[in-house]
Design a protein around this ligand. Structure first.
Ligand code: 173
Length: 323
């Protein structure tokens, strides 16, 4: 029989205990947008901060973007714990959690939503429906637009085929469009082959994948506010200690706080660049613009409330601008 002397046991404990405590946790991170493009950059900065601040405690292993996983699969993968942390927009996982697409309808800043109960309401739904922790919104101040290869003279898309995600479905359908859903990775080819006459996308980012080469018009004003956020699998989160959570929360809060300035700069730069490459602006003004925007919000809220009679009206109260 093997017998341990008291001294040997003590020595083992001294060696083993600090090791167990010091073990570094590795989290798998994925983005639904192409690596190093506008909508991934905030996440890449977040990973850099976490990996610097977290040395020896916590590390995010960046698996990458759509080459590693189709964008519309990211929500499922996060829920199942196939990945631990994700950079993704609500429109890409309405299959898992339909209310996620409501973020686009926020007319108040995140700082206000974090105190008016709107954030907490959504965070609870993320936990219940997606087994997820909502960490931060890194894109929240950028409108969407219709981009076209053919001109229009009024807010009417009848006869046009437009590339969508769930973000634009209700609105573009209300404007008479025929809609085709694709991931961003398929937009260039769809434009090139004439499969679509245009697409929805935020103000900034069309240069990232070369779409400006095939785009002739941007329709103004922009509508809604794009949302791209960091989510974490709740089970993975529950395994972290306080120090590890603090590193993640602080890095996430930093990126959310920086987003207003980051987006404003990106939007200004891309609008100027569109002008330079000859993309024309089709602008609805005055009453036309008001009707256009009212239609955008009304169509989306109606769609959301139909999908979710329980939570839709509540979210509308939290997110909408007071009338
Ligand atoms: O793919 C999209 O057009 C889309 O839904 C989206 C959402 C947020 C940011 C960028 C694109």
């Amino acid at each position: 029989m093997l017998r341990w002397s008291g001294k040997a046991v003590l020595a083992l404990m001294l060696v083993a205990a600090p090791c167990a405590l010091a073990q570094e946790v590795t989290l798998k991170g994925i983005t639904a947008f192409a690596e190093k493009t506008l909508n991934s950059r905030g996440f890449e900065r977040f990973i850099e901060i976490v990996n610097t601040e977290g040395k020896g405690k916590l590390r995010i292993d960046y698996i990458g973007g759509p080459k590693a996983m189709p964008p519309f699969e990211v929500g499922n993968a996060l829920k199942a714990g196939v990945v631990d942390i994700a950079n993704v927009t609500g429109a890409y996982y309405t299959n898992v959690f339909p209310e996620s697409d409501a973020w686009k309808l926020t007319q108040r800043p995140m700082s206000e939503l974090r105190t008016n109960g709107g954030f907490d309401y959504m965070a609870k739904l993320y936990e219940e429906k997606m087994n997820a922790i909502f960490l931060a919104r890194q894109i929240g101040n950028t409108p969407f637009h219709i981009y076209l290869t053919k001109p229009i003279t009024k807010p009417d898309l009848t006869g046009l085929k437009i590339r969508i995600t769930p973000v634009y479905r209700d609105f573009f359908t209300a404007l008479g469009a025929t809609v085709v859903q694709t991931a961003p990775g398929e937009v260039y080819t769809a434009l090139e082959r004439g499969v679509v006459d245009g697409y929805g996308w935020p103000t900034a980012g069309i240069f990232d994948l070369g779409w400006h080469e095939k785009t002739k018009y941007r329709v103004d004003p922009g509508f809604y506010r794009a949302e791209v956020s960091f989510l974490m699998n709740k089970t993975s989160w529950s395994k972290l200690d306080d120090a590890q959570r603090k590193i993640i929360n602080e890095a996430a809060a930093r990126i959310e706080a920086d987003s207003v300035a980051y987006e404003a700069a990106a939007n200004t730069a891309d609008i100027e660049r569109m002008r330079q490459v000859g993309i024309e602006t089709i602008e609805f003004k005055g009453a036309d613009a008001e009707v256009y925007l009212a239609k955008a919000y009304d169509a989306a809220w109606a769609g959301l409330i139909k999908q979710s009679p329980e939570h839709g009206p509540k979210l509308r109260e939290f997110f909408s601008k007071p009338r």
